[in-house]
Design a protein around this ligand. Structure first.
Ligand code: KMH
Ligand code: ZN
Length: 304
């Protein structure tokens, strides 16, 4: 029997969705983001997916200076792969969203593969102590915004970052995004091997059912053959169960407080490292090995 590939754990440390009012563990000062990222790497995360926040109120910022306040510390203390978000907030232009990546030229960046409505999924609150409030959490935050990632935006990111040889974490929230990605490869925007993050459980995207994971994987197999590596991000309550299923299917996993504030039903996570430790234990208990940062570099063909 062929040896199972090692599992790459990505930790998404803070994100742009949750607010500090939802959990005391969500890091938002530079010290906290650096400290939690370093601890997550020590716990077994090979890749650190990073957003920045304003230290005064925890709001999202894409000011490169805010990244400068924690990136050197993380790089100095860990060998983990740094992955900078180009997601920004729903109000930023694509040019603003790529400014941090242009300045820091990381090994990886996220790249969102389609425009969509984007919000908390009511399912995300099924483990939660906070309750999903349609008016407050959806209408106020998202109703008037579209998470804009047009083909032109995707092309802008690809062409602007091409000289930096950054590997993208292609964020695919639904099956159509896989077809968008295939089209972009066909017109020469991305080279194999590509790295796809299958995302489940964001309202506006595909739901967090195992059937959907199998469908996304089967579709990607058909579209990309041997040319892709993949990982799974389950939002909210689906985080650990979908990550476990993904690792058993030979895929990689993403955890972190960006994607879920919880460690188990009704219990807030105390840190990103706690989630990394949990998924690492599950992955290893079920007979897989976790990839080191250098093994992840090799598996994904990173510039190093
Ligand atoms: N927040 C996640 C659902 C990005 O940063 O560009 C997807 C994400 C997107 O991490
Ligand atoms: Zn992100």
């Amino acid at each position: 029997m062929a040896k199972r590939p090692k599992t790459i754990i990505t930790c998404a440390v803070t994100g742009a969705i949750h607010t500090p009012t939802m959990s005391d563990a969500l890091p938002y000062t530079a010290d906290d983001i650096a400290g939690q990222a370093i601890a997550a790497a020590e716990a077994g995360a090979a890749i650190l997916h990073l957003h920045a926040r304003r230290p005064e109120d925890g709001g999202v910022t894409i000011d490169p200076d805010a990244f400068a306040a924690f990136l050197p510390r993380i790089k100095q203390a860990t060998g983990a792969v740094v992955n900078i978000s180009t997601g920004g907030s729903l109000k930023n232009s694509i040019e603003e969203r790529i400014a941090p990546a242009l300045r820091f030229s990381p090994e990886m960046c996220s790249l969102n593969m389609g425009s969509m409505n984007f919000s908390f999924h009511p399912l995300a609150s099924r483990y939660d102590s906070w309750k999903f409030d349609w008016e407050k959490d959806y209408v106020a935050n998202s109703d008037t915004y579209i998470f804009r990632n047009t083909f032109r935006d995707i092309e802008t990111v690809a062409r602007a970052l091409a000289p930096h040889r950054i590997k993208f974490e292609h964020e695919c929230y639904d099956v159509g995004h896989l077809y968008n990605l295939r089209f972009c490869m066909d017109i020469g925007l991305f080279k194999a091997p590509i790295f796809i993050q299958f995302i489940f459980g964001i309202l506006g995207g595909i739901g967090p059912e195992v059937d959907n994971l199998v469908f996304m994987k089967r579709t990607a197999d058909r579209l990309f053959g041997e040319d892709y590596r993949w990982s799974v991000l389950g939002a909210g309550g689906a985080q650990m169960s979908l990550a476990t299923t993904a690792s058993q299917m030979g895929g990689n996993v993403r955890v972190g407080l960006e994607d879920s504030l919880f460690i188990s039903r009704g219990q807030l996570a105390t840190s990103n490292a706690q989630q990394v430790t949990k998924i690492r234990r599950i992955v290893e208990d079920l007979g897989c090995e976790v990839a080191s940062p250098d093994e992840a570099r090799e598996m994904l063909g990173l510039k190093g």
